[in-house]
Write a protein that binds this ligand. Structure first.
Ligand code: FES
Ligand code: FE2
Length: 464
């Protein structure tokens, strides 16, 4: 369902903001409100109403499936018990606080090495071997635990009150395991500025600009090196030659649809459809056969992970190759990128002169990482100046503020996907690059998406 954005008549309580030409000036108080996510914070409460990626299934694949997880500022431990079930519990033992990530994985649970207290996957203490014989004290000890579900390579956690919501039937969840690859990477910045690069269609014409057009390639990190839609124009050239996209933002039941239109000199229109899935994911086209759904998940206020699910409408994904390509650029166990601020992201002035806009290599993930990390751990939004092309960023902040306000007023139903929406029946969202020959760009992207889904033989991708 798509409806036009309705601007609030007056700013919400959190907004000490004044509208000014071309954008919104925000106060330090508002910046804190929309970025900080620890327990009890306004934005943290909003994020806790949705499933959050907590770990990759890959991280549990070794001999000892126990993984430290820091999520929304909470220190937790994820483990798989001997029944094959997952538990996500407080990392600090409720006895005297030692780190359960070093626990003994035994007897269908996790045992603290300090005094042997034993916990099952629900966080219930089931044994205290050092306490007097017959002690029932353990029955009173239950540590924090959160529901988890594993979907196509990612373990999701629900950290909010009440029962977790259903999963939407989005392509990344609906496609079979053979057609989805999941990976993650650490960024040293707040989650909101990381998300905002994903709803900013204008930056691709600059940040990801290549000064020469090579043969299109599907190589890792080179998603803008393909040909544009069904044309012979390299995407690099199109982005370079048409740097002023017209941007349309439509509110949807899952978040928003962001459409970037580049009107070509020959009368055709290049249409790129991306999405924001409230509160912190995006779904974007990667290539003709693949889309990416990516969450920007807070580790704490100053660090986040991107978690991506690459979903193919064509052949099964080559997981080994995709994993190998990405592991070559990341360090385990924390999935920190090898290029980072400590080595200037590989910046090379000669390269910036002749080959790339950034001088930081061909991997667009590094470009995005530099853009969001170099703002500072939490971007100082009191100093920013938003332009017309920041339309989706403004709309998203407005929606986040509205959600914060609704929760504070006890009106959880006003949040996206909470208002009686049949979440499990939600499909899509549509994400593609296409060309409109006659200016009817809605028809062009709708038909392009339907054709791709109809041609998908690996799984049933049809919607509606
Ligand atoms: S601190 Fe864990 S059992 Fe004592
Ligand atoms: Fe980007």
């Amino acid at each position: 369902m798509v409806k036009a954005f309705v601007l609030p008549v007056k700013p919400c309580n959190h907004c000490a903001a004044n509208d000014r030409q071309g954008g919104i000036m925000i106060s330090q108080q508002l910046n804190d409100t929309i970025t900080r996510v620890g327990p009890g914070t306004p934005a943290g409460e909003v994020l806790r109403r949705y499933w959050q990626p907590a770990a990759l299934s890959d991280e549990l694949a070794g001999k000892r499936p126990v993984v430290p997880v820091t999520l929304l500022g909470e220190e937790l431990v994820l483990f798989r018990d001997s029944e094959g079930e997952l538990g996500l519990i407080d990392r600090h033992c409720p006895h005297r606080g030692s780190d359960l990530c070093y626990g003994r994985l035994e007897d269908n649970g996790l045992r603290c090495p300090f005094h042997g207290w034993h916990f099952d996957r629900t966080g219930q203490c089931v044994e205290q071997p050092g306490e007097p014989e017959g002690s029932k004290m353990h029955e009173q000890i239950k540590t924090t635990s959160y529901p988890v579900e594993e979907r196509n390579g990612i373990v999701f956690a629900y950290m909010g009150p009440g029962d977790p919501p259903p999963f939407p039937n989005f392509d990344c969840f609906r496609a079979p395991d053979s057609h989805v690859f999941a990976f993650k990477g650490l960024w040293e910045c707040n989650w909101l500025q990381a998300l905002e690069v994903g709803i900013d269609p204008a930056h691709a014409s600059f940040l990801h600009r290549f000064l020469e057009d090579e043969d299109p390639s599907d190589g890792y990190g080179k998603q803008f090196r393909d040909k544009a839609a069904n044309t012979e124009i390299p995407m690099t050239q199109l982005l370079r030659d048409y740097p002023r996209p017209e941007i349309e933002v439509e509110e949807t039941d899952y978040g928003m649809r962001v459409i970037a239109l580049r009107h070509l000199d020959d009368g055709r229109t290049h249409v790129r459809v991306t999405n924001q899935i409230f509160p912190e994911a995006i779904t974007i086209p990667m290539s003709r056969e693949m889309i990416i759904t990516q969450w920007h998940v807070p580790v704490d206020d100053e660090t986040c992970y991107w978690y991506s699910m690459f979903t193919s409408f064509g052949d099964p994904v080559n997981k080994e190759l995709m994993r190998e390509q990405r592991l070559a650029e990341h360090r385990l166990p924390d999935y920190a990128p090898l290029k980072n601020k400590r080595n200037q992201y590989g910046y090379n002035a000669d390269e910036q002169d002749r080959l790339t806009y950034t001088g930081m290599g061909l991997d667009i993930n590094v470009h995005d990482q530099w853009a969001v990390e170099s703002m500072g751990r939490i971007q100082d939004r009191t100093k920013e100046h938003l332009g017309k092309t920041d339309k989706a960023i403004i709309a998203n902040r407005r929606r986040l503020r509205a959600a914060i306000k609704a929760l504070e007023e006890g009106n959880e139903d006003a949040l996206p996907m909470k208002n009686g929406t049949d979440v499990a029946a939600m499909t899509g969202p549509l994400a593609n690059d296409t060309i409109s020959n006659d200016g009817d760009w809605v028809r062009a992207y709708t038909e392009g998406d339907a054709a791709r889904r109809a041609a998908c033989t690996g799984w049933d991708a049809k919607v509606g």
